[in-house]
Design a protein around this ligand. Structure first.
Ligand SMILES: [Zn+2]
Length: 585
């Protein structure tokens, strides 16, 4: 079983991992990116006119042909860890005959997002799994583990195939409303895992524990009590933990919880699936629903009036809101400027910002918040991360104790080794194949033999090995495996430039060839910033790192290797000056 992180090795958002055996392919998440390659915010509306081929070329969609059309080389399925767009958002582009495994509530939330966004729900072939269930697809066995995360139906997975095991954490934390699930996981965590892909969205050098939802509940209560006017809460409609926290604070303060009909639908659907959430009903009399004008118009245009009408008996109008502002906690978002205008008195009110700080950078949010401050509202923040703090990351690691830890869903992959100094942390890059370490290295044995003989006599022997590679790329892959195995420190650089001058090859291959981490290599590539495709580098313009300058090497000409490959006698007369150096052990 091998796997490839197509996106997420050094990025938050757009997660996608392909796991393959000889017969089976499983795609773990197929997320929408949050960032463009240049670091700017990814705008999904900009890709709506692109074809699948164009999106593959732009590296938005993963380059896995079987996802988009038949025939498929292997039985293929997708598994979605949870209902955040950065984990499923590109599924619209996938051939909808492919089975999609996901939690039932996740599917419902994905459908609601599509309906409210004016799009058709696209998962034609959903297969639901439940918590801690073992199921098979092809020759891969999958186990799901329910996780604590900001949304309500999130999972980690263990995949077993061809004698290897891979654990994928998905997104998780241990300080949310479902923290018990995380501690349950610690007790039942899989053992003897070969590879563990663990998210590190919030990994940092600080070991500060994150605040819990329970602590937030107390902070909401204090703010609600201290505020003389209306309490507005800026919150995501799918942060279910947070909505429950706010509702509980409302109930404890005797306030009405006023939500828009989108949030009402989210909670209503979850309640139908037996989730313990408050929703507009006689059981939750303090939950009231308002109908924001823009959203109402959009849903009416889609002829989906039932999504509005189903809460009619729990509606609250602006007259009523204005009558009892001090008694109301109301959820809002930046698209609701019109609704804010309907509230006559904002002096003395509080807006509680309850989302990630980074969203404040968007121009619409900025304007919305500025306008509201001008009318006398005080802004305060009550928020905690949807992701694990360092303490929780360590807990998960210690429960699984994998043979190898691989960072994912993070921009701080280099911090893993500091935090988990007792384990093999393998920093990878997008597109790198992992898990084929034990593949055939006979070529390398041959090369090593050549090297040894050359060292002794200065004459290159003829090799019987006919497997010498026919492409630069393959060659590098194989050589680097051998170098890793022999624990050789470094291979020379300048020589490689000679050999492959002008070639475009993958950054990963070069890094492996040299024996360093890709991210370190970037520092030595003068023109890295100007490269369009950061995964491919052009072999020129290098500065040779000092620590590699005195590596003892021996040389093999490229034309001699080529001749050996073709089982011909090398032409020493016309020796190609391009050489490869191998390090001396
Ligand atoms: Zn998430």
């Amino acid at each position: 079983m091998t796997f490839i992180i197509h996106r997420g090795a050094n990025e938050i958002g757009g997660s996608c991992v392909e796991v393959c055996t000889e017969k089976t392919r499983i795609i773990l998440d197929i997320g929408m990116p949050l960032m463009n390659k240049d670091g700017s915010t990814f705008n999904s509306s900009e890709i709506k006119d692109l074809s699948v081929d164009e999106m593959i070329k732009e590296k938005i969609l993963p380059d896995i042909p079987a996802l988009y059309k038949k025939p498929r080389d292997k039985e293929t399925a997708i598994i979605i860890s949870h209902s955040h767009q950065d984990h499923y958002g590109l599924i619209d582009f996938v051939d909808n005959d492919i089975p999609v495994y996901l939690g039932k509530a996740s599917h419902k939330l994905i459908e609601l997002t599509a309906v409210f966004g004016g799009r058709k729900p696209v998962i034609k072939n959903p297969i639901y799994f439940s918590s801690y269930e073992k199921f098979n697809f092809g020759d891969i066995e999958i186990t799901s583990y329910f996780m604590d995360h900001a949304c309500c139906d999130a999972y980690a997975f263990l995949l077993c195939g061809e004698g290897k095991t891979l654990f994928y954490s998905g997104d998780f934390r241990g300080h949310g409303r479902k923290w018990r699930s995380f501690y349950k996981f610690l007790h039942i965590a899989p053992k003897n895992v070969d590879y563990m892909l663990m998210e590190g969205t919030s990994i940092s050098r600080s070991n500060k524990r994150f605040e819990t939802e329970e602590q937030l509940e107390e902070q909401f209560i204090k703010t609600f009590k201290d505020t003389k006017g209306i309490n507005l809460v800026y919150v995501s409609g799918q942060n279910i933990d947070r909505l429950v926290t706010i509702f509980r604070a409302c109930r404890r303060c005797g306030k009405l919880f006023v939500i828009d009909f989108y949030i009402a639908n989210v909670l209503f659907e979850l309640a139908k699936l037996d989730y313990k959430v408050p929703y507009p009903s006689n059981n939750f009399q303090e939950v009231k629903v308002y109908n924001p004008s823009l959203l109402t118009k959009r849903i009416q245009n889609l002829n989906k009036n039932d999504l509005i009408d189903r809460f009619a008996q729990f509606n609250i109008d602006y007259e009523e809101i204005n009558k009892q502002t001090e008694n109301i906690v109301m959820t809002i978002r930046s698209s609701m400027a019109h609704e804010i205008k309907q509230i006559k008195k904002l002096k003395g009110s509080t807006l509680i910002y309850s989302m990630w700080e980074g969203y404040k950078d968007s121009s619409s949010t900025k304007k919305f918040l500025n306008d509201i401050v001008k009318r006398g509202t005080t802004i305060t923040t009550i928020h905690t991360s949807g992701h694990a703090d360092n303490y929780t990351l360590k807990k998960m690691y210690n429960a699984v104790l994998p043979k190898m830890l691989i960072p994912i869903h993070t921009v701080d992959a280099d911090k893993y080794q500091e935090l988990f100094n007792e384990v093999v942390v393998k920093q990878v890059i997008d597109g790198e194949i992992i898990g084929n370490e034990n593949k055939d290295v006979s070529l390398l044995a041959a090369l090593e033999e050549i090297g040894k003989a050359y060292e002794k006599s200065g004459i290159l022997p003829k090799s019987e090995n006919d497997k010498i590679m026919d492409t630069v790329q393959q060659y590098l892959n194989i050589v680097c495996e051998k170098l890793k195995k022999n624990d050789v420190q470094a291979v020379l650089f300048g020589n490689m430039i000679n050999i492959f001058d002008g070639y475009e090859i993958s950054l990963k291959s070069v890094a492996d060839f040299i024996g360093c981490k890709p991210l370190k290599l970037i520092n030595y590539i003068d023109d890295f910033k100007t490269l369009e495709d950061k995964n491919l580098i052009k072999i020129n313009n290098y500065t040779e790192p000092e620590e590699w300058q005195n590596v003892m090497t021996f040389n093999i000409s490229i034309n001699i290797l080529t001749a050996l490959k073709d089982n011909k006698t090398p032409d020493n007369e016309n020796e190609d000056k391009r050489i490869i150096r191998f390090p001396k052990k």
